[in-house]
Design a protein around this ligand. Structure first.
Ligand code: ZN
Ligand code: FE
Ligand code: FE
Ligand code: ZN
Length: 271
């Protein structure tokens, strides 16, 4: 079992220390866990809306984060525990590439998840900001989100596209055929040579399905996009959550292996 997406207390909206996550992984038989806390947000974004500071670790703590994960990795290795990877989840909305790239360069990450949580500065996945959906036509929002996600994948900054259809989180899904959006995204991800995660957090949200959906996952498989698996745990109790569902969805889509990243290089693991 693998879990390549978890958050700790350091991002200010999750609970649990790195050591508690590693212990949870060990207890659940997870062989490889990547700690992927939210990369610090840009000072420009925080200046525009100070309340977004609660979405990520402060920039001043990045060094402490890396030290904490590295120490846990060495401790687990010495104790015969799970493999611990140093990861991060970066916000790659348009305009943030230079800032995110400069921060990412400072640390020797094993894996970088690239995610889009903001559209025009609006954190569309925050339950407290759901009112924002009222000012969008749902299809236009989806098209814009997919455009931004494709740009994020093409930035060269990320190894894995995070929760690829996050825009469905609260169940706002356009009517009509979504296949063209999925096919275009899958082709772009293949071209950019990024992997996509099957993220089980969607099962715990109003949309009540995996990110990405089964039709999207089918398009990714046809395009030859590699996959990994993550719980997006925000508490140690969620580590490895719904791994069986993720694995079953991958097999159903035709996958027989997943990938993990070590020093930013993909390595295949059987499902
Ligand atoms: Zn989070
Ligand atoms: Fe995210
Ligand atoms: Fe996350
Ligand atoms: Zn996430």
């Amino acid at each position: 079992m693998i879990d390549l997406h978890v958050h700790t207390w350091r991002c200010r909206h999750a609970t649990g220390t790195v050591a508690e996550y590693v212990a949870a992984a060990s207890a659940r038989g997870i062989g490889t866990i990547a700690i992927t806390d939210h990369l610090p947000l840009s000072p420009e974004l925080i200046a525009r809306d100070p309340s977004v500071a609660a979405y990520a670790m402060p920039e001043a703590e990045l060094g402490a984060y890396v030290a904490e994960v590295t120490a846990a990795r060495d401790e687990a290795a010495a104790a015969g525990g799970p493999e611990v990877l140093l990861g991060v989840e970066a916000d790659l909305y348009p305009g943030n590439e230079a800032f995110a790239g400069s921060v990412l360069k400072r640390c020797a990450f094993d894996v970088v998840i690239g995610s889009v949580h903001f559209v025009d500065g609006w954190a569309f996945d925050d339950p407290d900001r759901r009112a924002g959906y009222a000012s969008w036509d749902v299809r236009e929002l989806w098209e814009r989100y997919f455009d931004d996600l494709i740009a994020a994948s093409a930035s060269g900054l990320a190894d894995v596209v995070g929760h690829a259809d996050l825009v469905k989180k609260f169940g706002c899904v356009p009517e009509g055929d979504l296949a063209p959006l999925y096919e275009a995204a899958a082709a772009a991800f293949a071209e950019a040579a990024v992997a996509v995660e099957v993220n089980t957090a969607g099962l715990r949200k109003p949309c009540a399905e995996l990110y990405p959906s089964a039709p999207f996952l089918g398009a990714l498989r046809r395009a030859g996009v590699p996959v990994t698996i993550g719980s997006d745990a925000h508490a140690p109790a969620e580590v490895g959550s719904a791994y069986g569902e993720a694995r079953a969805a991958l097999i159903e889509a035709g996958y027989s292996s997943a990938v993990v990243f070590r020093s930013r290089r993909a390595e295949e693991v059987p499902l």
